[in-house]
Design a protein around this ligand. Structure first.
Ligand code: AHR
Length: 494
C-alpha cells in the first residue's frame, strides 16, 4: 500500500472536544443493572451492592455522562416506583423488554453510583406512558432544596442535599413505532414542550435533550426533527440521535467504511437544526446528543419472557467491531463543533464492553478503543487532511484506508489511526505544518489475528491493547507503521 500523510495545522481547529462525548448508558435491560453494576449477592459486591470488579473496569474507561434508566425501558418507567424503602417498592411487569422489574435499584442508587464513579448523571424522563407533570416532579425530587413535597421525599430517603442533575432527556426514541406510547411528531412535540417548560420552571439550570430521529431508516427521518424542533423552540438544548451498526453482509471492507455514513448522519442532523434555527430566526443553536451508539446485530434476543434479569442482547464483540467503535469516536471528534454528548450503549452485559458470568468478568474487544481514546480526550479537535490510498465500500462508498482524528492539547498532539486494510500494513506520516513533533510520549495499538477474533471467558486476551513503539520522530514529523486491521492511539510531544 502507498504511504498516507496526515496534514495538520494548529490553526485549523474544529472545536473543543466536549468530554461528554465519552459518556455511557445504563438501562434496566437484561443483566445491565442486576448482575451487571448491581449485584448484592456477588462475591465482588461492596457495601452498597455494587460490583467492584465491574466498577474497576469501568473506571478505566473514564466515562463522563451516564444516561439512565433507558432506553425503551424509560417509556414505561415510573420513577416513584424506584425510591423509598426497598421492601415497599413494587415489583412490576416491564413491557419494553418483557421482564420483571423489582425496582431494587432506582434514582438514589443510581446517583450513589454516579458519585462513586465520577459520572455526570443524565436522566431520561418517561414521555411514553408518563406525564409531563411526572417529569417535572422528578426534577424537583433530584434538584430542589428540602421544603417542598418531592424534595422532602428525597431528604426522607437519606439525601437532604440536592442531586443537581443537569442533563435530562425528553423521552426516548419517541419516533419509533416500537416505543411504548409512540405518537406522531406533532403530538410528541406537544408533550415534550409541556414537560420541558415545567421541568425548566422547577430548575432553570437544567439542559434538555429532545428526541430526534433515532434511525436514518424510518420514513419520518428529518421531518420528525423539523416538526419537533420548530415546536419546542428554545426550550431544547440538544437533539438526540442514535445509531447501531453491524456487518450483516459479512463484508468487512464495507463495514469498516461505515464512518462515511456516521459522518453523514451527524451532518444531516446538524443541517436540520440549522434549518429550524434559521426558520425561527433564533440565536439559539441546538447541538447534537448522540445518546446511543454501538455495534449491535448479532444477538437479537429481546424478549425477557417474564423473567428477572434475563440474558438479553449480550453481543460478543470481535476485532472488526472494535475498529468500528474507533470509527464512531473518530467521527465524533471530527464533528466536535456539533456533537457535544455521546453515550456508548451500553456499559455491562447488554451490548457492552464488559460481560459478567457469575463472579467472573470479561473485557471485550470494544473496551480497548474506548479506553485508548478516552484518556486522550483533552484538547481541541483539528481538521486532518488525509492524503493516501482509498478503496470503495459496496454500500458506504469511498474511504481512505486510514481513518483518523486529531486532538491538540498544550504541548502535545493526540493522533488516532485505524488501518482498515485486511492484509496490508500501512506507513503513515504525521505532518503538522506549523509546529514540530519532538517525540512520542505514549501509544497503544489494538490488533488481532483476524477480523472475527474475539475474547471469551476461556481465552480472554485474544484482542487487547498493547503498548506501541513503532513511531519514528524526525524533522518535526512522525512516521508510524500500522499492521493490517489495527487501531493506534498516539500522544506526541510538540
Ligand atoms: O440500547 C438498547 C435499545 O436500543 C434502547 O433501549 C433503545 O433506545 C434502542 O432501540
Amino acid at each position: 500500500m502507498k504511504d498516507t500523510t496526515i496534514h495538520l495545522h494548529s490553526a485549523f481547529q474544529i472545536g473543543q472536544v466536549d468530554p461528554r462525548i465519552f459518556g455511557g448508558f445504563l438501562e434496566h435491560l437484561g443483566r445491565a443493572v442486576y448482575e451487571g453494576v448491581y449485584d448484592p449477592k456477588s462475591a465482588h459486591a461492596d457495601e452498597d451492592g455494587f460490583r467492584t470488579d465491574v466498577l474497576e473496569a469501568l473506571a478505566r474507561l473514564q466515562m463522563t455522562a451516564m444516561r439512565y434508566p433507558g432506553g425503551n425501558f424509560a417509556s414505561g418507567y415510573h420513577w416513584m416506583d424506584g425510591v423509598g424503602p426497598r421492601e415497599s417498592r413494587p415489583t412490576v411487569r416491564e413491557l419494553a423488554w418483557q421482564s420483571i422489574e423489582p425496582n431494587h435499584f432506582g434514582t438514589d442508587e443510581y446517583i450513589k453510583l454516579c458519585r462513586k464513579m465520577g459520572w455526570t448523571p443524565m436522566l431520561t424522563v418517561n414521555l411514553g406512558t408518563g406525564t409531563p407533570e411526572e417529569a417535572r416532579n422528578w426534577v424537583e425530587y433530584c434538584n430542589c432544596p428540602p421544603g417542598t413535597r418531592y424534595a422532602d421525599m428525597r431528604a426522607a430517603n437519606g439525601s437532604p442535599e440536592p442531586y443537581a442533575v443537569k442533563l435530562w432527556c425528553l423521552g426516548n426514541e419517541m419516533d419509533g413505532p416500537w416505543q411504548l406510547g409512540h405518537v406522531p411528531a406533532d403530538q410528541y412535540a406537544i408533550r415534550a414542550q409541556q414537560a420541558a417548560k415545567m421541568m425548566k420552571d422547577v430548575d432553570r439550570s437544567i439542559e434538555l435533550v429532545a428526541c430526534g430521529s433515532c434511525t436514518t431508516g424510518l420514513p419520518t427521518y428529518m421531518e420528525w426533527d423539523r416538526v419537533v424542533l420548530e415546536y419546542i423552540g428554545d426550550l431544547a438544548d440538544y437533539v438526540s440521535l442514535h445509531r447501531y451498526v453491524g456487518n450483516r453482509e459479512n463484508d468487512t471492507p464495507d463495514y469498516l467504511a461505515i464512518t462515511n455514513s456516521i459522518d453523514r448522519q451527524i451532518e444531516e442532523m446538524d443541517a436540520v437544526c440549522r434549518f429550524v434555527q434559521a426558520r425561527r430566526r433564533s440565536n439559539k443553536r441546538v447541538y447534537l446528543c448522540f445518546d446511543e451508539w454501538n455495534v449491535w446485530y448479532k444477538n437479537m434476543q429481546m424478549d425477557g419472557e417474564g423473567k428477572f434479569a434475563p440474558h438479553l442482547i449480550e453481543e460478543v464483540y470481535n476485532l472488526e467491531d472494535a475498529l468500528v467503535v474507533a470509527g464512531f469516536l473518530n467521527s465524533f471528534i471530527r464533528h466536535a463543533d456539533v456533537v457535544k454528548i455521546a453515550n456508548l450503549a451500553q456499559i455491562v452485559n447488554v451490548i457492552a464492553p464488559l460481560l459478567t458470568r457469575g463472579d467472573e468478568l470479561l473485557i471485550q474487544s470494544i473496551f480497548y478503543p474506548f479506553e485508548m481514546y478516552a484518556k486522550r480526550r483533552k484538547g481541541v479537535a483539528l481538521r486532518a487532511v488525509v492524503d493516501g490510498p482509498v478503496y470503495v465500500g459496496k454500500t458506504n462508498g469511498t474511504v481512505h484506508y486510514i481513518d483518523t482524528s486529531a486532538i491538540l492539547g498544550e504541548g502535545y498532539l493526540h493522533i488516532f489511526l485505524t488501518n482498515r486494510s485486511l492484509d496490508e500494513a500501512a506507513t503513515v506520516h504525521i505532518a503538522p505544518a506549523d509546529c514540530a513533533i519532538i517525540g512520542l510520549e505514549s501509544a497503544e495499538l489494538l490488533t488481532g489475528p483476524d477480523p472475527k477474533a474475539a475474547n471469551s471467558f476461556e481465552q480472554p486476551n485474544v484482542v487487547q491493547a498493547q503498548p506501541f513503539a513503532e513511531a519514528q520522530c524526525k524533522n518535526g514529523r512522525a512516521t508510524v507503521q500500522l499492521p493490517p486491521l489495527s487501531v493506534a492511539a498516539l500522544t506526541f510531544k510538540l
